[in-house]
Design a protein around this ligand. Structure first.
Ligand SMILES: Cc1ncc(COP(=O)(O)O)c(C=O)c1O
Length: 409
C-alpha cells in the first residue's frame, strides 16, 4: 500500500538536495480547495496554503481556466524584448487593483518570478534612485532593514537576515545593509543618514513568527521616510492579498509605501511576483538595466489576472477578517487550557502559536498535527505557523480546531 510513497521518498533522497526536510509519511499528489491528497489517497487539510501562495485554494476554477486558455494559445513564454499582450494587461490589472485598495498612483508594475527576485529588484531600484535622485556618493548607498526579517534566500536577501543559519558559509555578503529592531521608530530615526536610500520592512514578520507591530507603526515609518527623503519599501509578499484581513496590510494604517513588493498569492498558485510603484521612482530603470527571462511570462500573467479578478469578486480580505476573528477566539480558548501554548498571535487568517521553551519544539507539534491530517509548519524553534487558503470554510476551521485542541491540551 505504501510502496508508491516509499519509492518516491527513496527517489527524493537519491536525487533531491537536503535543503528541505519534509516528513516521509506522505507524498502529495493532488489538490482541491483546501485539501491535499497524497499518493496513498489520504486527504490532508492544508493550513499552510504554500505559505500564502495558495490563498485562492487548489484547483481554483477561475485560475485553471485562464491557464488552460493561455496554453491553448501556445504562448507560455516570451522574450521580454517583444511586447506581449498578457504582460501588458497584467500590469494594467495589478495597477488598477492597487489603486482600488489604497495604493493610488502605483502605476508601474515590474513583474518578476519569485519573491526574492522581486526583493532584489526593489533593492536595485532603491539604490539607483539614491544615486540619481539623492546624490548619494558612488557605491555608498545604504538600505535599512529589520532584525528577524525574512526577504528570501538570494545573496542580497540573506545579507539582510539576522538568522545565523541563513548566512553562515554563504559569504561574502552584500555591503550597505543596516539592521535595526522591528517596530522601533526611534531606531529607524537614528539609523538614517545621508547615504540611506531605503527602509525595507515587512508589515507583519511572517517567517519571523507572525510578529505583529503596534497599530500606527507603518504610519510612523511613512512620516519618517518623508521627513528624511528615504524610500519606504514594503515587502507584502506574504501579507498581501487579504491574508491579514485587509487587502494589503498597510491598509490598516491607511498609508502607502513608495514601492510595494508582491508575490505568492498574486499568481493564484503560479510563480509570479512584482515590484509596484509610482512612475517617478520606477523610471530610474532604463532599457538594459534589469531583466529576467521568465519575469512577466504570459502563462503566469494570465493566471495572475484571473487571480486578481477572483480576489476582486471573492474578497479574501473580508473572509480572512471574519474567519480570523472566529478562529482567534476559539484558539485563545484552547491556549488557556494548554500547558504548552505561551502565546497566540493572529491577524486575519495568519496565525502564530508560540509554545513554551520548556515544551517540545514547534516541529514536534507540527508532526502530531500531520498525523491528525492537518498540514502546517513551524517557523523558528517555538512557533507553529498557520495560514490556510482564504477559501477555507468555518466547518473546515472547526475540524482544524478539533485537532489543534487534541494536540495541544
Ligand atoms: C515577506 C517575504 N519576503 C520574501 C519572501 C521570499 O519569497 P520567495 O520564496 O518567493 O522567493 C518570502 C517568502 O516566504 C516572504 O515571506
Amino acid at each position: 500500500m505504501n510502496k508508491r510513497r516509499q519509492n518516491l521518498v527513496e527517489l527524493a533522497y537519491k536525487h533531491l538536495p537536503r535543503n528541505y526536510a519534509p516528513p516521509d509519511d506522505f507524498v502529495l499528489e493532488k489538490g482541491s480547495g483546501c485539501y491535499l491528497k497524497d499518493v496513498n489517497g489520504n486527504m490532508h487539510l492544508d493550513m499552510l496554503a504554500c505559505y500564502s501562495a495558495a490563498n485562492a485554494g487548489y484547483g481554483n476554477i477561475a485560475v485553471i481556466r485562464a491557464i488552460q486558455k493561455q496554453i491553448a494559445k501556445g504562448l507560455v513564454c516570451n522574450a521580454n524584448c517583444f511586447w506581449e499582450e498578457q504582460k501588458i494587461l497584467f500590469a494594467r490589472d495589478l495597477a488598477e487593483f492597487c489603486s482600488n485598495f489604497g495604493l493610488s498612483g502605483f502605476d508601474i508594475v515590474l513583474p518578476m518570478n519569485s519573491g526574492a527576485e522581486a526583493v532584489e529588484t526593489a533593492l536595485k531600484i532603491a539604490r539607483k534612485w539614491g544615486y540619481l535622485r539623492k546624490n548619494i556618493a558612488a557605491d555608498k548607498a545604504e538600505i535599512i532593514c529589520c532584525e528577524n526579517n525574512f526577504h528570501g534566500r538570494t545573496l542580497s536577501a540573506i545579507s539582510m537576515s539576522t538568522v545565523a543559519q541563513y548566512k553562515n558559509h554563504f559569504g561574502p555578503l552584500i555591503p550597505g545593509i543596516k539592521t535595526i529592531p522591528f517596530a522601533d521608530i526611534a531606531a529607524l530615526n537614528a539609523a538614517i543618514n545621508t547615504n540611506t536610500a531605503a527602509f525595507l520592512v515587512e508589515p507583519v514578520q511572517g517567517e519571523g513568527g507572525v510578529i505583529i507591530p503596534p497599530s500606527g507603526y507603518l504610519a510612523e515609518v511613512r512620516r519618517i521616510c518623508n521627513k528624511s527623503n528615504v524610500l519606504f519599501v514594503l515587502d507584502e509578499i506574504q501579507s498581501g492579498f487579504g491574508r491579514t484581513g485587509k487587502m494589503f496590510a498597510c491598509n490598516y494604517d491607511g498609508v502607502s509605501p513608495d514601492m510595494i513588493i508582491l508575490g505568492k498569492a498574486l499568481g493564484g498558485g503560479l510563480p509570479i511576483s512584482a515590484v509596484v510603484g509610482r512612475p517617478e521612482i520606477m523610471d530610474v530603470l532604463k532599457p538594459g538595466d534589469h531583466g529576467s527571462t521568465f519575469g512577466g511570462n504570459p502563462l503566469s500573467c494570465a493566471a495572475a489576472r484571473a487571480s486578481l479578478r477572483f480576489m476582486r469578486r471573492y474578497r479574501p480580505d473580508r473572509r480572512a477578517a471574519e474567519l480570523g476573528f472566529y478562529f482567534k477566539n476559539k484558539l485563545k480558548g484552547i491556549a488557556a487550557k494548554s500547558p504548552h501554548i505561551k502565546e497566540v498571535r493572529i491577524i486575519g487568517l495568519w496565525v502564530g502559536i508560540e509554545v513554551h521553551s520548556t515544551s517540545p519544539r514547534a516541529h514536534s507539534f507540527c508532526e502530531l498535527l500531520y498525523k491528525e491530517g492537518i498540514l502546517c509548519k513551524e517557523t523558528r524553534k517555538y512557533t507553529i505557523r498557520m495560514s490556510p487558503p482564504l477559501t477555507i470554510s468555518r466547518k473546515e476551521l472547526d475540524f482544524a480546531l478539533e485537532k489543534i485542541q487534541k494536540v495541544f491540551t
